[in-house]
Structures are given as C-alpha cells and as structure tokens.
Ligand binder design. Structure first.
Ligand code: THU
Length: 161
C-alpha cells in the first residue's frame, strides 16, 4: 500500500484592499450582484463576477425556485452567461461572495461541489485555468489558482472516451 496525498495551496489576503486593482474590481462586481440574487427560500445571497480575457466583466447571482432543486448557483449563472454572450472569449477570473440574512460570515465563500465540477469543465474546454477569488461578507480573501485545485481527483470527460 502506498499512501498518497495532495497539497492544496492558495493565497490569503487579510482584506480586499490588499488585492490588485483588477482583482478588487471583479470582487466588487460580485458584491454588486448580491443585489440581484433571488433567494427568498434560503435568504442566502451569492454574488459572482467574471473577468474575461478581453477585459469584459460579467456578474451573476443565485436564482432560486419554489421547486428547490431548480435553484441555480451564482457561479453557474455567471459561467452560463459568459458562454452565451462571449462564447469564444476565455475566462480569467471568477469572484464569489455571499450575504447571509441574519449573521455575519467572515469566512471566504467556497463554491459548492457542483459548481467546482462545472468550473473544471470550463477550464478544460478553454484550456486555461480560472483564478478563483472568494470572500465572505468581510475579512479575509482567498485566491485559488484554478477550479481543479479545489476539486482534487476530479471526474472529467476523459473517463468517457
Ligand atoms: N449557492 C450558490 O449560489 N453557490 C454555491 O456555490 C453554493 C450555494 C446558492 C444556492 C442557493 O440559492 C443558496 O446558495 C443556498 O444554498
């Protein structure tokens, strides 16, 4: 038996003011899009921002439905919008943030497993990693170099061939 392990590395910044101006912009867009979250069932808003290779910014937010499994995560909303409007432009960066209705969350907001899976497929499709910037409602900001780095041993299309 051989024990295997994988190291997870990311950057931590004490607050958004430590980020580059460009990263601050994408995160600010994600925060702006919290406003457009439709989340009457969870009362948990998620906002996202994408920076594309051509400098274009695209925002997203979670969109819920009375039929709960139909709820759309903010990450996938933004990725689908980018693929629909700018199908041939590569995505550089995805920013994610959250807002809880009745408590302060100071921990960075991590994309759910399903969103990580979708981010990985977009990375594979565009043959380029997507940087992920996350922050909670305040405080520390994490930056991950790619979606794949937060979904170790990911399933992908190569298994199907
Ligand atoms: N949600 C997201 O938008 N992104 C995630 O990565 C995790 C969860 C949304 C789905 C639902 O509207 C609410 O947050 C509570 O799960």
């Amino acid at each position: 038996m051989i024990k295997k392990k994988q190291l997870l590395e990311w950057e931590m910044y004490p607050s958004e003011i430590e980020l580059t101006v460009e990263d601050q912009k994408v995160l600010a867009l994600a925060k702006k899009h919290l406003e457009y979250s439709y989340s009457p069932y969870s009362n948990f808003k998620v906002g996202t921002g994408l920076l594309l290779n051509n400098g274009q910014l695209i925002g997203g937010s979670n969109q819920e439905n009375a039929s709960y499994p139909l709820c759309l995560c903010a990450e996938r909303v933004a990725l689908a919008a980018a693929a629909s409007v700018y199908p041939s432009i590569l995505i550089d960066t995805l920013a994610v943030t959250i807002q809880h209705a009745n408590k302060i969350i100071g921990e960075p907001a991590m994309p759910c497993g399903a969103c990580r899976q979708v981010i990985c497929e977009v990375e594979q499709r565009q043959e380029k990693a997507i940087r992920i910037i996350t922050q909670g409602m305040e405080g520390e900001v994490y930056i991950f170099e790619s979606g794949l780095s937060i979904l170790p041993l990911a399933f992908d299309a190569s298994f199907l061939l």
